[in-house]
Design a protein around this ligand. Structure first.
Ligand code: ADE
Ligand code: ZN
Ligand code: ZN
Length: 260
């Protein structure tokens, strides 16, 4: 291979790596959600979940929904990770993707886990997917605009590297913060029983609208080709932390209801 051809191939790899699609919250974000949920499980739920997952923790299985994207067999679940519908409209009245979306995906997982006829193997699948999807639902841009694929097409610089607005929210801010998922979970805000109850109020749809309202603010927070960095994290990382915590606490509520 001559030198310029090698350089050409290398630059394509670098380009795809920096502008390409990413996986949701990113491993650290998803694991933080799993870890926080684990800490809010009832004893009964904890035991049944551990049996289904062969002793694995919720943090460990939280990235499953993204891991299976590497296997074509699971392509049909691609649309389960998000829902895009026009701002200030109702989900119920919006045109649905026939392949499903995150709201339908979460509901399907819950139904399958409640169904006594579901096999152990399927229970494991739907439980792992549920942990992942409740995380995704709390990344505001997973309830975004269809035309820019939830901010994936809004190219920005993250410090000096090519990125996009979706990825800044999925993973860039979290990775720059440079804490492990256990540290992020351990350092989440201390909440009273009352505050936890308030966070756990509402339905999947209520939480979807909450994310959409946040997504509106996220879209207003950055322009195409803008350079984002320290100041952006200073302004928005608290929202990331709060969404991770809410997500874990709500996931525990769902699981305690299923396995209670
Ligand atoms: N692909 C299309 N829309 C998306 C969204 N809102 N989040 C993640 N991936 C997407
Ligand atoms: Zn994402
Ligand atoms: Zn996902």
């Amino acid at each position: 291979m001559n030198k310029s051809f090698t350089l050409f191939i290398l630059s394509i790899i670098v380009y795809c790596g920096s502008y390409g699609n990413t996986v949701d919250w990113g491993a650290t974000g998803h694991r933080t959600v799993g870890e926080i949920a684990q800490q809010h499980l009832s004893k009964r739920a904890e035991k049944q979940i551990s049996d289904i997952l062969n002793g694995q923790s919720l943090a460990m299985v939280s990235t499953y929904g993204d891991d299976i994207k590497s296997d074509k067999k699971y392509d049909k679940y691609y649309t389960w990770h998000f829902v895009n519908f026009p701002f200030d409209t109702k989900y119920e009245a919006s045109k649905k993707d026939k392949r499903g979306d995150i709201v339908m995906g979460i509901q399907k997982c819950i139904e399958a886990l409640k169904d006594p006829n579901t096999s152990q193997e399927d229970k494991s699948f739907y439980l792992k997917f549920l942990v992942h999807l409740v995380g995704d639902l709390h990344q505001p841009l997973h309830v975004g605009k269809a035309e820019d694929r939830g901010g994936n097409d809004i190219k920005v610089l993250w410090h000096y590297d090519k990125s996009n607005l979706h990825r800044v929210w999925d993973s860039e801010m979290i990775e720059s913060f440079n804490m492990s998922y256990t540290e992020l979970a351990a350092n989440s805000k201390k909440l009273s029983k009352e505050q936890i109850k308030i966070i756990q109020k509402g339905s999947i749809l209520d939480w979807t609208y909450e994310s959409q309202a946040l997504a509106k603010k996220v879209y207003a927070s950055a322009k195409m080709d803008e350079k984002l960095g320290y100041r952006y994290s200073y302004d928005h990382f608290e929202t990331v932390q709060s969404q991770l915590q809410k997500s874990g606490i709500r996931l525990a509520k769902i699981l305690n209801e299923i396995f209670g």
